[in-house]
Design a protein around this ligand. Structure first.
Ligand code: SF4
Length: 454
């Protein structure tokens, strides 16, 4: 819930426009603060107490929390809207794979291999899981510590450390503190004992309440102690409760501006679902309904891929179709006699065309024209895939320097741009109208590629 300038101005000194902040009046300064265009310290007449109040008032309603470090760091939270169609969700949930210290060496090795190697190329992006959640379940502290050490040495991925034994939890944290692990659970029973230990080596912490209401005194106590990298678990016992709790937390934070719940959440399909399929379905619900970290007991490529695609789709800005960069792309290893195709930059269109070309095993160049993420026919109808603009893109991308021939295949659905495109390219290129559907490239491309080498 954005803060209004009128709320802020009440806290300002209201001196006759002294303009020391660089704005003509206190109200102008307040409006700029509300929009994030300046900072509190620009007014020299604020008491420390007022400054703190203003900083608190202006803080994003939901905290941004980072788990892990370096290129494998996962950022969660800092969301601004309850419903995706209002704007966009910005920080996709981290998908974590659970390893219990009760699992065998072979199972542990396999799971580490999965987190290190399981990834998918999708519309030009790499989709992969993010975190390992290490679970102290055996009752043998040495075993848990050995697991944490093994994972620490075998992967750079971020970690979630799960232990009801607080000594084991902080011993594990000490091994991998430089990787910024999330430590869980901090509860009302252990919070007093935990606070000094957290402050020794600050890393994000996961707090568990017996209910949403039970989280409030915990976050308040932690905030008073200066600890704000917090992730919430309302302790939901089943999926229905979890959906209710996640929704309550999100709405209280973003619609009511209730700061004590203004943190991302963690969800455990691994503990609340009864079998693998239900677990993946629960993960899907948590992607839609606001979880910041989702912990799964296991996955394979068949269950993980749809989960990651769903996450991508939900966290893609609904106002802008996904597009790829305007340039030429090499499919397989094309040379100077390879075919050149042109298409629009909707990610799905590019993915379909390049996959269809790859399936023919004919190396080729696919030139992509920026059409603001629209498919070919829609882009043409919207005036974003006309002969002039496609011609300009072909000239700009430099494909003429890569091939000796001058034959350019346009999509069959954009056949009408042929004449205009020839003119735009100064009649230097022969424009070939390709198939209307990418599926027909399998028949069309091999024959055409042969003709280029005659
Ligand atoms: Fe008001 Fe402070 Fe700006 Fe002076 S410096 S105009 S008191 S906000």
């Amino acid at each position: 819930m954005p803060v209004a300038g009128s709320q802020i101005v009440k806290l300002l000194p209201g001196k006759r426009p002294c303009k020391d902040c660089g704005f003509p009046t206190c109200f102008a300064f307040a409006m700029k603060l509300a929009s994030g265009g300046t900072t509190v310290d620009k007014c020299p007449y604020l008491s420390e107490e007022t400054k703190a109040k203003l900083v608190d008032l202006l803080a994003p309603p939901m905290k941004l929390v980072t788990i892990g470090s370096g290129e494998n760091a996962v950022q969660i939270g800092n969301e601004e809207v309850v419903y995706r169609h209002e704007k966009t969700y910005v920080h996709p949930p981290g998908i974590a794979l659970l390893i219990s210290d009760k699992e065998s060496e072979t199972e542990i090795e396999e799971k580490i291999k999965k987190i290190n190697e399981l990834q998918f190329s999708w519309v030009g992006l790499t989709l992969e899981p993010d975190l390992l959640a290490l679970y102290f379940q055996s009752g043998d502290k040495d075993k848990f510590i050995a697991l944490v050490k093994k994972v620490y040495e075998s992967t750079d991925r971020g970690m979630v450390l799960i232990s009801e034994d607080i000594e084991a939890l902080f011993s594990a944290r000490d091994i991998c503190a430089d990787r910024n692990p999330l430590i869980y659970p901090i509860t009302k029973e252990n919070v007093e004992q935990a606070i000094p230990r957290i402050k020794e080596k600050p890393t994000p912490i996961g707090i568990r309440g017996e209910s949403v209401e039970g989280l409030v005194p915990l976050t308040t106590k932690l905030k008073d102690a200066g600890i704000e990298d917090v992730v919430l678990d309302p302790g939901s016992k089943n999926l229905m409760e979890a959906m209710r709790d996640q929704t309550f937390i999100r709405k209280a934070t973003l619609k009511q501006g209730f700061r004590p719940l203004g943190y991302p959440t963690i969800a455990f399909p691994c503990f609340i679902a009864k079998d693998g399929l239900k677990e993946i379905m629960a993960a899907s619900a948590f992607i839609n309904k606001f979880a910041g970290v989702i912990v799964l007991s296991d996955f394979d490529q068949y269950s993980l891929l749809p989960t990651l695609i769903q996450r991508l789709n939900i966290y893609t800005d609904p106002r802008f179709p996904m597009g790829v960069e305007e340039k030429y792309y090499e499919v397989l290893e094309p040379d100077e006699y390879s075919p050149v195709l042109v298409t629009s930059n909707w990610a799905l269109t590019y993915f379909l065309v390049s996959s269809a070309v790859e399936a023919t095993k004919i190396p080729a160049y696919v030139c992509v024209k920026d059409a603001e993420g629209l498919g070919v026919l829609t882009a043409w109808a919207a005036g974003k895939f006309g002969g002039d603009s496609v011609g300009a893109a072909i000239k700009k991308c430099g494909i003429a320097d890569r091939v000796k021939h001058r034959k350019l295949i346009i999509p069959g659905k954009a056949a009408r741009i042929k004449g205009e495109l020839e003119d735009a390219l100064n009649l230097e290129w022969e424009i070939i109208v390709g198939p209307k559907e990418t599926t027909a490239l399998g028949k069309f491309l091999p024959e055409f590629a042969k003709s280029l080498r005659k």
